[in-house]
Design a protein around this ligand. Structure first.
Ligand code: PLP
Length: 384
């Protein structure tokens, strides 16, 4: 099986597994306990904090470990609600992940105002609309994702952050798909909150982090024993945190490159003349490719590709159970039909150029078979 679905979740790196296992075996102690074995566990958490901080160029004490990207994003938005009672406006991009859209909906049901920023055909947010929205109402928070999970499009977070700050708003970025894949530096891009997630860059599922700038107040939503300097109570997922630290260290030393993805896209587009790449005019993550095969049904392509030995996804894998067309592609002006004909392929550093070539051959085969079947019969497709 060729795995091209690393944006859904990535394989745990062998080095990461080696680093975390001792904390599930002999070093299982509660880091809040006072004996020496527990103190060693606490030290391991602080080492991991420094490793993750190095990856995004933050101070270690600005990082709060969480259970996932979703928790980090919810915590930031909830904090903005709690700390800004006189600024009840939230601005988010229309292409955000549901981990931002759903808290935004709650913001609105509590009586706050939410503005959805439109994006252009490449998925980049409309900065003029942003300025107008910032001027219209005192804004607590602007949330624009660093990299889109479906298309890989990289937003101009520098500019968005500058505009948010110019109007007294805080800036949150969902960097879940960006961290570990492209350079993310919170000194160069001075966001106030940044969410990241371990399982997107070769740590296991169940661990994430929230960067909170020292410039802003943070109101924690997880209350209890006061772990994480009171910012996120709950006994720490030590093995997960150690894994996140090691994955961060690996990401710094092995950056992702885009050559494989570019060759894959070129191969596909030259063999499937009507296929086109979403977000091609914008900067993108090096390993993400969102390709429309007009006229074909992505769900049928997925079944056939699975049989042929290729794992990829239709739009966003987090929404696989969701039959609605992708809100990301629709916001980019893609028709519902083309959105339903789109597949996402996401590479990682463990894929090889040979796999990329094989995968392109399989996709071309599948595309030709489905087109032939569609021409032969108008009925439903049955795979033998
Ligand atoms: N944000 C983006 C852009 C994502 O792609 C995902 C997961 O796919 C999330 C947030 C949620 O992260 P997690 O699965 O760690 O909760």
């Amino acid at each position: 099986m060729i795995y091209l679905d690393s944006n859904a979740t990535s394989a745990v790196a062998p080095e990461v597994l080696d680093a975390m296992l001792p904390f599930l075996r002999q070093s299982f102690h509660n880091p809040s306990s006072s004996y020496s074995a527990a103190r060693e566990v606490k030290t391991a958490i602080e080492v991991a904090r420094a490793q993750v901080a190095a990856l995004i160029n933050s101070r270690p004490e600005s990082l709060v470990f969480t259970s996932c990207g979703t928790e980090s994003l919810n915590a930031a938005i909830e904090s903005a609600w709690q700390t800004c009672p006189d600024r009840r406006h939230l601005i988010i991009s229309a292409t955000e992940h549901s981990a931002v859209i759903e808290p935004a909906r709650r913001w609105a049901t509590r009586g706050g105002k939410v503005t959805f920023l439109q994006v252009d055909a490449d998925g980049l947010p409309d900065l003029e609309q942003l300025v107008a929205a910032l001027k219209s109402t005192p804004t607590a928070l602007v949330s624009v994702m660093w990299a889109n999970n479906e298309t890989g499009v990289l937003a101009s977070i520098d500019k968005v952050t500058q505009l948010a700050h110019d109007h007294g708003a805080m800036m949150l970025t969902d960097a879940v798909q960006a961290v570990g894949k492209v350079s993310v530096d919170v000194q160069k891009t001075p966001v106030d909150f940044l969410a990241l997630s371990g399982h997107k860059f070769h740590a296991p599922k169940g661990v994430g982090a929230l960067y909170v700038s020292p410039r802003v107040r943070f109101d924690p939503w997880m209350l209890g024993g006061g772990q994480e300097s009171g910012k996120r109570s709950g006994t720490e997922n030590v093995a997960g945190i150690v894994a996140l630290g090691r994955a961060a260290e690996l990401a710094l030393s092995k950056p992702e490159v885009g050559e494989m993805r570019d060759a894959f896209e070129q191969n596909l587009v030259s063999h499937c003349p009507c296929a086109y790449v979403h977000g091609k005019g914008a900067p993108r993550l090096p390993g993400t490719s969102s390709i429309c095969f007009p006229g074909l049904v992505a769900a049928e392509m997925l079944i056939l590709l699975d049989k042929l030995g290729l794992a990829c996804s239709a739009g966003s894998a987090c929404h696989t159970a969701n039959v609605h067309p992708s809100h990301v592609l629709q916001a980019m002006g893609v028709s519902a039909d083309d959105a339903a004909s789109t597949l996402r392929f996401s590479f990682c550093r463990y894929n090889t150029p040979h796999e990329a070539e094989e995968a392109a051959t399989l996709v071309i085969q599948a595309e030709q078979r489905l087109r032939a079947l569609a021409e032969e019969a108008a009925g439903p497709v049955v795979f033998s």
